[in-house]
Design a protein around this ligand. Structure first.
Ligand code: ZN
Length: 238
């Protein structure tokens, strides 16, 4: 069983009617609803929960953390972000969605600005599978389309990814590395661009398949009990 925690800022849904119409129970519950299955268990956590819902006890029981945030990245306390970073280094998986490109955790763990260019006018996006052998791309065709998205455009201020799985093309002409992977110590990280709050992106079957695949890919193969720097005894005596 893979244990997933879906973290959501959960702010737009409570403050903007047009977002509440798309996600009446919050983006976190929309994601949790399609992820729950025989081999994936899901809990949710939000910004307003004590310690953002990300206590050490919760992280100890989390194999993969999914993150959605937008306007209130800076309201996540640094001590919570450091706690999440330590768990990724031990082996917990992280999936950052859409505007989580600017989350404290992604910028900290990647070490770059994660800046990008954007335009919000409901462009069609064609998402190309450019690494069809990747586990996250299984079940996805050569490409699929989302009729309305927020355009995210290159240059994208990330380190060179380990793998580019998906590439986005927009009818406005822009390109974007829409699905990229990284490793940080034992942990696996996937960033995926679609997911703007006013569009029903998380109800799309291809998007759901990709996030489900990403959960299985990011689940820890090995998780270190603690991060230490021990002095070791010799393997061979002279
Ligand atoms: Zn957005």
């Amino acid at each position: 069983m893979i244990r997933v925690t879906v973290w959501n800022e959960y702010y737009h849904e409570k403050t903007e009617e047009k977002v509440a119409k798309v996600y009446p129970n919050g983006i976190h519950n929309a994601i949790a609803d399609f992820l729950r299955c025989d081999d994936i268990s899901v809990r949710t956590a939000t910004l307003d929960d004590p310690e953002c819902g990300l206590t050490q006890a919760v992280l100890d029981e989390t194999d993969v953390l999914i993150w959605w945030g937008h306007l209130r990245h800076n309201d996540v306390p640094d001590e919570v972000v450091e706690r999440v970073k330590a768990e990724i280094h031990k082996g917990m998986g992280l999936i950052c969605l859409h505007s989580a490109h600017h989350s404290k955790i992604l910028r900290l763990i990647l070490g770059t600005t994660c800046n990008l260019s954007w335009r919000e006018d409901g462009d069609l996006e064609r998402i190309w599978t450019i690494n069809p052998a990747h586990p996250i791309a299984q079940g996805i065709g050569r490409y699929f389309e989302l009729p309305e998205v927020e355009t995210y455009a290159e240059p994208f201020g990330i380190p060179n990814p380990d793998e580019v799985v998906f590439m986005g093309w927009y009818e406005g002409g822009e390109l974007f590395r829409s699905g990229v992977t990284f490793h940080r110590e034992n942990g696996r990280i996937f960033y995926f661009q679609p997911g703007h709050e006013t569009f029903p992106i998380f109800y799309d079957a291809n998007v759901q398949t990709i996030i489900r695949n990403a959960v299985r890919w990011a689940a820890p193969v090995f998780r270190s009990p603690e991060l230490t720097c021990p002095q070791v005894t010799k393997v061979h005596n002279k």
